[in-house]
Design a binder for this molecule. Structure first.
Ligand SMILES: Cc1ncc(COP(=O)(O)O)c(C=O)c1O
Length: 394
C-alpha cells in the first residue's frame, strides 16, 4: 500500500519540531549536555507531590475523569489568578477551561478560529508549534518580523501583514525563542490594530511571571488585561514553566463564554478533560505556598546572567541580544557556518552539546542557535565550556 498517498493532506503539511528532533539525534551520539528543549530543571515541589499522593489515596474522584472543562476548584483558582495578575474579572464557571498543557489550549483556539483560506499573523522568529497548529487547521501563517535590533514587537510589520483574510494574531511575551519581553506601549498599539480590523488575538502567556528585567517596571504586560479587547481575546496559560510542571501536562484557557463553548467542543473531541491528577497538582501549585516558585524564578534569573556572561566571554564567536524573560537566548554565530541546522548538528557531534538550530524558528533566527537556560548552573557551565572550546578551534 502506498501509505503516503493515503495520508491526509493535513498531516503531510506539518512536521515534528527541531526542538524535539535534536535531543533524539543527540541520544544516538551519546554523552551530550543539553541547552536544547525548554524544560526548567526543578523537581515537582514536595507540597504538590503530597497533595496529589493524598488525593490518589483518599479521594475516589482523583483517578477518574473530571468535569469536561476541568475541576471547579481549579477553575476558581485560575480565575482568581487572572483577576489578581491580569486585572481580568474571569467567571470560573463560564469563561475558564482546564486543558492538557497550554499546547492543547492553543490547538483548541486554532481549530475553532482558523480554516482553509484564513491567515494568522505570527511575529517572527516564532514558536514552531504555533505555525504547525495553523497548518494543521489548514490556515496560512503570515510572518511579521520582530525588530532585529532588540527582538521587540514591530507593530508596523504587523499592520503591513494584515489582509482581508487575517483571522487572528498570536502574541506571546515573554517570548520563545528570543526571550524578549514586549513593551506595553507596543502591545497596546497591537490591541488597537486588532480592534480596528476585528482580528482575534491569541495571547499565549506560557512564560508569564518569568521575567528578570524588561522595558516596563511592572514586568511583562499581558493583553489579557485590556478590557476593550476581551471579545476578541483568547488567553492561553500554562502550568509547565512557572510552576515547573512540564510533565504533568496542564494549562488553561480564558475566553468569553460563547467563544469558550465552541473551543470546548474541540477539547471534548481531543482530550475529554485534562488528567485529573495533573489538575490536582496545578491546584496545589496555585493554592499552596508561592515562595518555592519565586525561588525558581530567581534561580532562572541567575542562570540568565550566567549564560550571557559565558557567551560574552567566548571571544566574539557568538553575539546575542540579552533575554529579559522566559529561559532562552538566541546566540548568533559570528563565524562562517551559515546554516543553523549544520551548525547545531556539528555542535552535537563535535562538542556534545544539544542546541536548537535558529532556522527552526524562522528566517530571522537563521545563523543562530537557541540555547535554553532551564538547566542547572553546572549543566550550563559544562555546556559552555564545551561550546567555547569547540568555537575556539574554528
Ligand atoms: C510559547 C509556548 N507556548 C506554549 C508552549 C506549550 O507549553 P505546555 O503545553 O507545556 O503548557 C510552549 C512550550 O515550550 C511554548 O514555548
Amino acid at each position: 500500500m502506498d501509505l503516503e498517498a493515503r495520508l491526509s493532506s493535513r498531516v503531510k503539511r506539518i512536521k515534528i519540531s527541531a526542538t524535539k528532533e535534536m535531543p533524539m539525534i543527540a541520544a544516538q551520539v551519546g554523552g551530550c549536555v543539553s541547552l536544547g528543549q525548554g524544560i526548567p530543571s526543578f523537581m515537582t515541589p514536595p507540597h504538590v507531590v503530597d497533595a496529589v499522593a493524598k488525593a490518589l489515596r483518599e479521594d475516589p474522584a482523583a483517578g477518574k475523569y473530571s468535569l469536561q472543562p476541568g475541576m471547579p476548584a481549579l477553575r476558581a483558582a485560575a480565575a482568581e489568578l487572572l483577576r489578581a495578575e491580569k486585572n481580568l474579572p474571569a467567571d470560573p464557571e463560564r469563561e475558564v477551561a482546564i486543558t492538557v498543557g497550554g499546547m492543547e489550549g492553543l490547538l483548541c483556539a486554532m481549530l475553532t478560529l482558523v480554516g482553509p483560506g484564513d491567515e494568522v499573523i505570527v511575529p517572527e522568529p516564532f514558536y514552531p508549534s504555533h505555525v504547525e497548529q495553523i497548518m494543521l487547521a489548514e490556515g496560512t501563517p503570515v510572518f511579521a518580523p520582530l525588530r532585529r535590533i532588540d527582538w521587540g514587537l514591530d507593530v508596523d510589520a504587523v499592520a503591513a501583514a494584515i489582509t482581508p483574510r487575517t483571522k487572528a494574531i498570536i502574541v506571546s511575551s515573554p517570548h520563545n525563542p528570543t526571550g524578549a519581553v514586549f513593551a506595553k506601549a507596543d502591545l497596546l498599539k497591537l490591541a488597537e490594530l486588532a480592534l480596528r480590523h476585528e482580528i482575534f488575538v491569541i495571547c499565549d502567556d506560557t512564560y508569564d511571571a518569568l521575567t528578570y528585567d524588561g522595558p516596563d517596571p511592572e514586568g511583562a504586560f499581558s493583553l489579557m488585561s485590556v478590557p476593550e479587547l476581551r471579545h476578541l481575546l483568547i488567553g492561553v496559560f500554562s502550568f509547565s514553566k512557572r510552576f515547573a510542571l512540564t510533565g504533568w501536562r496542564v494549562g488553561f484557557l480564558w475566553a468569553r463564554e460563547e467563544l469558550l463553548n465552541q473551543m470546548l467542543k474541540i477539547h471534548d473531541a481531543a482530550a475529554i478533560c485534562a488528567p485529573t491528577p495533573a489538575q490536582i497538582a496545578a491546584l496545589a501549585s496555585l493554592a499552596g505556598p508561592q515562595d518555592v516558585f519565586r525561588a525558581m524564578r530567581d534561580e532562572l534569573h541567575k542562570r540568565r546572567d550566567l549564560i550571557c556572561a559565558r557567551l560574552d566571554a567566548m571571544g566574539g564567536r557568538f553575539s546575542h541580544i540579552r533575554p529579559r524573560g522566559a529561559f532562552y537566548v538566541l546566540a548568533k554565530a559570528e563565524f562562517p557556518i551559515v546554516d543553523s541546522r549544520d551548525l547545531a548538528l556539528r555542535v552535537i557531534r563535535e562538542a556534545r552539546v544539544i542546541t536548537i538550530p535558529g532556522g527552526a524558528f524562522g528566517p530571522g533566527a537563521e545563523g543562530h542557535l537557541r540555547l535554553s537556560f532551564g538547566g542547572a548552573e553546572a549543566e550550563i557551565d559544562t555546556a559552555c565550556d564545551r561550546l567555547a572550546a569547540w568555537a575556539e578551534k574554528l
